[in-house]
Design a protein around this ligand. Structure first.
Ligand code: CA
Length: 440
């Protein structure tokens, strides 16, 4: 499964890519869409390397790609990556190998490629794909247990949780690229004990620490994707913050699930880390001896590579009063996820639903078993009953206006360079309607 692009000995002629602990060493090579900040340039595809971006359009003009890989490079240079995502893993892998060889120390094209670099600090990003459909899952056992306890102390686990990856169809029109600010949403909610609901700005705004998965080649209607081939339909992963209005969610969600509580904003990180880059970090799924075997169509072959991924996840908060300082709210790992990405994809299609290149899957809030590993404020503050103390003297039950939430993720394993995901940030702006303005 590993090849020369994963070799820990590789070094790049771009010095910043060789700094230990950087997110984008030459073994990563994530794809994204960018242009120079505040310019009239067209958005186009690039690959993050160190603190730079390799501009693939410029590299194509410089003649860096020849032969069959040039077609994949052209798709990767386009204003969206849907075309590249549709090509599938053989093309992705050939392109990764070509880019890896171009960026290595001693590559013959170094002088021509120096002019094809744009510093990440001078760039702005756009969404990696035109996202046709967005689906959010609910796959963390610990999130289910923690969130369930908020509402009922002896809340029993959902009877379906260990039999299928629970999901719902989300909203793609309000998916934002990292760095976007959004207004605190309005919504209807009903406080415990109140006879009638209330309409106004949410009072219980939350984040959810998730990963996003971009779909590669899709499937035809009525032709489900086999769980043991499903990784070939996943282009790569990014960070995803599924902002949630908990008061709205609590009132509206029965019987059809979240609606306005989650459709106002979803933020994703710009760089899509390919599954191939994540190969060294595969890990078995977390399972207890008493857990049921999935039904056959969700069962991984026992001789297949481990279907999980060992990805550290963090949430950081900057407040209007923290003077730019960030405070870590939680840290967990995707290894605690009960379901694999492949099982999510297979389950999504098993009824006949077609996925398309560039569709986005959210993994669901990722929480771990220990204190400090809760993936959202609802869990951390026990439903708002126990506000958490911040190091700067403030406290939070839920998010306040001016709060900036940043997700980070990376893979680390002995013998392999760290593979990072960059950052996924969003800022909460005040609602444009004051409390009570539209009441009654
Ligand atoms: Ca979610």
């Amino acid at each position: 499964m590993l090849n020369e692009t994963h070799s820990p000995d590789l070094r790049s002629w771009i010095e910043s890519a060789n700094v230990p602990g950087i997110d984008f060493p030459i073994q990563n090579l994530p794809h994204g869409i960018f242009r120079r900040r505040s310019s009239a340039e067209a958005f186009r595809g690039g690959v993050a390397i160190g603190d730079q971006i390799l501009d693939l359009s410029a590299a194509l003009r410089a003649g860096a790609f020849t032969g069959t890989v040039a077609a994949a490079a052209e798709m990767a240079a386009a204003p969206t990556l849907n075309g590249l995502m549709a090509m599938g893993p053989t093309a992705w892998s050939a392109l990764r190998l070509a880019i890896s060889r171009l960026l290595r120390e001693g590559a013959p094209q170094v002088e021509a490629l120096r002019d094809c670099l744009v510093p990440q600090a001078d760039a702005e990003n756009a969404l990696a794909a035109r996202i046709g459909d967005y689906t959010d899952f609910f796959t963390s056992y610990h999130h289910m247990v923690n969130a369930g306890r908020v509402f009922q102390p002896d809340n029993p686990p959902l009877p379906n949780f260990k039999w299928l990856p629970i999901g719902y169809h989300g909203r793609s029109s309000s998916i934002d690229i990292s760095g976007t600010r959004f207004r605190r949403p309005l919504g209807q909610s009903r406080a415990p004990g109140d006879a009638t609901p209330h309409f106004g700005p949410t009072r219980r705004l939350d984040y959810e620490m998730e990963l996003g998965a971009f779909i590669g080649p899709g499937n035809a209607r009525g032709e489900p994707i086999d769980v043991n081939a499903a990784d070939r339909h996943v282009f790569g992963l990014c960070l995803l913050n599924d902002w949630s209005a908990r008061d709205v969610q609590g009132w509206e969600s029965q019987p059809l699930g979240p609606f306005l509580a989650k459709n106002f904003a979803t933020t994703i990180s710009p760089w899509v880390v390919t599954l191939e880059a994540l190969e060294p970090f595969r890990i078995a799924l977390a399972r207890e001896a008493a857990d049921p075997q999935p039904l056959p169509n969700l069962r991984h072959r026992s001789d297949a590579p481990p279907p999980g991924f060992d990805i550290e996840l963090e949430v950081w908060l900057r407040t209007a009063r923290s003077e730019g300082g960030e405070m870590r709210l939680s840290r967990s790992n995707f290894r605690h996820c009960h379901w694999s990405l492949a099982q999510m994809v297979a389950h999504h299609t098993e009824g006949g639903c077609n996925l398309r290149p560039g569709d986005l899957i959210g993994t669901g809030t990722q929480s771990g078993p220990s204190e400090g590993e809760q993936g959202c404020l609802l869990e951390l503050s026990r439903g708002g009953k126990q506000p958490i103390a911040l190091p700067n003297g403030e406290s939070r039950a839920f998010l306040e206006d001016g709060d900036v939430v940043t997700l980070r993720a990376w893979c680390a394993r002995e013998g392999h360079p760290r593979i990072g995901f960059g950052t996924c940030s969003g800022e909460v702006l005040p609602c444009n309607v004051r409390e009570g303005d539209r009441l009654e």
